[in-house]
Write a protein that binds this ligand. Structure first.
Ligand code: FAD
Ligand code: 2HG
Ligand code: ZN
Length: 473
């Protein structure tokens, strides 16, 4: 079938309005938000419901048309960007945006894939519940994208990754069959956990159209502090202490280096340094509880006072209002935006055993100082989960092209070191097209074979997000 006949077929299945082909209409969907990848497409399509996604995939499989699912297009590894062939179809899930069901008593919510994360959080809050996944991109990323990337974020310490927040899934398979595993049952040991295959599969095994998600009691009190520290070792020591002192109520523990704080102060409006002097490292820590008294604040304050007296902590600013809390979180979540405003950079989303974080940072920082003199290390992130965004920002005087030309060599050195430390080269951002070679280099050979076997079984004609995550020989 010719390209124009294929387009006619898509229009017949989805309606003409749901098939975009004009270059200016399609442009926003053909590049990733970091502008690392640029593709072309036969069309960008907007199915309106699960049945239309199923019909679409039936046509695409029959015609061997590559299909690239796209949610909010906020991911970091180019997973939602089509290739340069102009033969693939980008599938937007944005019209599947209903909250189908909220069951406060069962602590469950069923949402369609195109709901933004913020709208799922809001629906849970309206029912007096918490949906805890929390990302800086939550206003625009979609729950389907969160599931397909197994997103992490700032609440993983307490509530887990996206994978841990799923009860059931509805998925359209490559041949158009609809896998209905949407049950919100807490206990269901009936064979293999098939739905889990799609979590983190980045659109390569099926298109997720809806999910039953876990909710939690809404916290009524938060105790939040920005803590100043001399090094990463002290941050890890504080993490252990706060966990014990707050009876494991710690919900966030985010490491922020001085370099990141400075970037946000310079590039984001309305932020001020809570301290009167500069410190090398900070931790934004938060405890959350449903008891509406001062217990958590008192526990956090006492633990920080003891840490100060014990020399673990240099200074601490406890939050006294929701406004102060909001400002600290804006600062933390604004780091990627501030980094982008400051110019080009190299990103490494790595995880390590928590106990080895400090040693890793010492070794890796020394390597960067020696080999990337025109860059400044901005290593921050979810250290409570052992996850560091080990980013290197080009100094203002650096030539961006010269700086970026070394990113492959730098990435290799950082990832080799991560591997030596028993860590992962992709903690929460996935593989996409950016890290396919890294997965081949560091992945377990048998695990990779199992992944390829699953891919061949579920997508025998390789129409689902070709070239992402895995290369099939
Ligand atoms: P997209 O970028 O559209 O797609 C991501 C992948 O999923 C692609 O491979 C795509 O093909 C596939 N996909 C999308 N929808 C579906 C579907 N319905 N079915 C099957 N496959 C699908 N990530 C974190 O983990 N932690 C963070 O703290 C974090 N913070 C961020 C902060 C900022 C400011 C930004 C810009 C991004 C951040 N991210 C973070 C990355 C990103 O927001 C997440 O990866 C998010 O889960 C992607 O969702 P999305 O809807 O934008 O997906
Ligand atoms: C975060 O934790 C995101 O803020 C973004 O995962 C990380 O931009 C980055 O490197
Ligand atoms: Zn992150």
């Amino acid at each position: 079938m010719s390209a124009s006949a294929q387009l006619e077929r898509l229009r017949a299945e989805l309606g003409a309005d749901a098939v975009l082909t004009e270059p200016e209409q399609c442009a926003p969907y053909l590049s990733d938000h970091r502008q690392l990848f640029h593709g072309r497409a036969l069309a960008v399509v907007r199915p309106g419901d699960t049945a239309q996604v199923a019909r679409l995939l039936r046509v695409c499989e029959a015609q061997r048309i590559g299909v690239v699912p796209q949610g909010g297009n906020t991911s970091y590894c180019g997973g939602a960007t089509p290739d340069a062939s102009g033969t693939q179809v980008v599938v937007l899930l944005e019209r599947l945006d209903s909250i189908r069901h909220v069951d406060a008593a069962s602590h469950a919510l069923t949402a369609e894939a195109g709901c933004t994360l913020a709208s799922v959080q809001a629906a849970a809050a309206q029912a007096g519940r918490l949906f805890p996944l929390s990302l800086g991109s939550e206003g625009s990323c979609q729950i389907g994208g969160n599931l397909a990337t197994n997103a992490g974020g700032t609440q993983v310490l307490r509530y887990g990754m996206m994978r841990d927040l799923v009860l059931g899934l509805e998925v359209v398979l490559a041949d158009g069959r609809i896998l209905d595993s949407l049950s919100a049952l807490r206990k269901d040991n009936t064979g293999y956990d098939v739905k889990s295959l799609f979590l983190g599969s980045e659109g390569t095994l099926g298109i997720i159209t809806a999910a039953a998600l876990k909710l939690f009691p809404a916290p009524r009190r938060h105790a939040t502090a920005l803590v100043a520290l001399s090094d990463v070792q002290a941050a890890v020591a504080l993490l252990m202490r706060l966990g014990e002192a707050t009876d494991d109520r710690l919900s966030a523990f985010e490491l922020i280096p001085r370099a990141a704080l400075e970037l946000t102060l310079r590039h984001l409006p309305g932020l001020t340094d809570p301290f009167t002097q500069a410190y090398p490292w900070y931790v934004l820590c938060e405890c959350a509880g449903s008891v509406p008294d001062e217990t958590l604040q008192v526990a956090l304050q006492e633990a920080l006072t003891a840490a100060l007296e014990g020399g673990i902590v240099l200074d601490a600013a406890l939050v006294r209002s929701e406004r102060e809390r909001g400002a600290l979180w804006r600062m933390r979540e604004g780091i990627p935006t501030a980094q982008r405003a400051a110019g080009v950079g190299m990103k490494h989303d790595v995880s390590l055993p928590v106990g080895r974080l400090a040693e890793f940072v010492t070794r890796a920082a020394a390597w960067v100082a020696e080999h990337v003199p025109d860059g400044r290390l901005v290593a921050y992130g979810h250290v409570g989960d052992g996850n560091l965004h080990f980013n290197i920002q080009a100094l203002p005087a650096a030539d961006p092209a010269v700086f970026l030309a070394r990113s492959g060599q730098v990435q290799r050195a950082i990832h080799d070191l991560v591997h030596e430390f028993g860590g992962s080269f992709s903690a929460e951002h996935g593989i996409g097209q950016l890290k396919v070679a890294e997965l081949e280099r560091y992945g377990d050979a048998v695990e990779l074979e199992v992944m390829r076997a699953l891919k061949r079984t579920l997508d025998p004609h390789q129409i689902l997000n070709p070239g992402k995550v895995l290369r099939l020989p």
